[in-house]
Design a protein around this ligand. Sequence first.
Ligand SMILES: [Zn+2]
Length: 184
Amino acid sequence: MTETTVGKSVGRNDKCPCGSGKKYKKCCLQANKLKQEASKTSRSAADLIDKDTTAWSFYKLLRDGSAQNILNFLYDLTDEKGPFRQRFPTPESFFKGVSDSDIRAFATKGFELVRIRHDGDETLILLGKGLDNKQTQNLSFELFRLKDAGTGLRIWDVEYFEKAKSEFNTTPRFEDLNIAWSWN
Ligand SMILES: [Zn+2]
């Protein structure tokens, strides 16, 4: 029996190193991701977030988790009662969603913080991409809806959307994007 070790050098569209002849993404990519995630146990949201954690600190944790691709940790940031968890009830379903590109909004590389808004236990974090790029016609947004159930902020839900740049004269506000404030 041989064990195949897969590093970052294998691209999604490369032939799978297991020798099946299929593309990596159609073959062992998912299994390898799950294996890698299962071996990462170093951080949990509960250890890093308490009731005094600000939206800005939360954003930094989100960024770090995303930059290091710690999917377990990112999943841990989501609220177990929120709509995100209803769509992805287990870490494995989340990893698979990321792998299949069903999930496109997790503080991805190139997205900058645009706006933060608080009201009581609800917080919105808006990230945007393309705002400073004169070439691009489209802006991409990631919207994080956070809730605080008393133990600290968690991601209630997350959305990804795009808008034509021509719709905005300045950095968009929540109102400009028709983002409803309360989502109960
Ligand atoms: Zn394979």
